[in-house]
Ligand binder design. Sequence first.
Ligand SMILES: Nc1ncnc2c1ncn2[C@@H]1O[C@H](COP(=O)(O)OP(=O)(O)O)[C@@H](O)[C@H]1O
Ligand SMILES: CC(C)(COP(=O)(O)O)[C@@H](O)C(=O)O
Length: 285
Amino acid sequence: MTKISRAFSPGHISGYFCPKTCKNGDKGSIGGGIVITEGVTSTVSYSDKTSVEIIRRGRSGEILTKIIGSPPIEYALSRMNVTARVQTECRLPLGSGFGLSAAALLATVSAADDCFECGYSREKIEAFAYEAEVYSSSGLGDVPACTGGGYICRKTPGLDGEIIRNYDAGEEIAAVSSGPIPTGEIIKNPQILKRAKGAFPSGCPESIEEFFRMSKQFAFKSGILTKDAEEIIRACESESVPASMTMLGNGVFAYGNSAKEILSSFGEVYTMKISESGYSLLQSK
Ligand SMILES: Nc1ncnc2c1ncn2[C@@H]1O[C@H](COP(=O)(O)OP(=O)(O)O)[C@@H](O)[C@H]1O
Ligand SMILES: CC(C)(COP(=O)(O)O)[C@@H](O)C(=O)O
């Protein structure tokens, strides 16, 4: 019987970031963000040819989107020297700053490792995911972020970078999306990157409220802030709700029990918590 393996990875919302080259010469980034309880579940089984199906489900489990093919995942599997049938499932919208490309990669590589009994270490699994993410320009810092939980401060780039993880914030995160932003177009644009560098805050936040203040300042100063996001952030500001833009997506994430109500005037609200852990294998049959 064909073995079927499943793994889950949380997503990650970046509040601020700055591209940086890693010690080994790889591309990467430093920054601050939140690892979230929403993410991607990947199911992997053997096939003589790789195929990837991306499924996004709504509140009652109905299929909202079905996309065939995922370049980062196809690249990662080819680097692992395996061919597989892959199905990823998520609830959050794609390309909207929730780090779903990294989550899909970590979940898929880790399920494929189990399915094909490769016996790779966590470090090796993360290295496959990281290489595919950076090669595909679908992200820079989300893979290191999703190897653990918390609201985080990534002080140095890459998988062996220094990451400070804080778990002491218990209230809900609410998010709303007005559409995607292609990550590759931003992280390959030298002008935007120059402004992002100039806007990058120094030090790590001491509290979740400070994290949101630093993120908001970055969003405004970097010029990455969209008109849609600015309007929503202003509405949150008027109710003293910590909020900022989801990097890199045209959306807003906000913190605390009254965040959901304010965001609901602007679209469908996704609620989640700060994740306590990173990616993990779910089960194998
Ligand atoms: N849930 C998913 N399952 C498989 N591949 C995904 C998923 N989400 C994104 N990707 C892949 O990642 C790339 C887009 O990355 P990006 O715009 O950075 O998304 P995000 O902001 O969600 O990380 C696309 O090539 C897409 O195929
Ligand atoms: C902000 C971003 C460069 C992209 O994030 P996403 O669009 O969620 O893939 C992230 O990877 C980071 O380095 O902080």
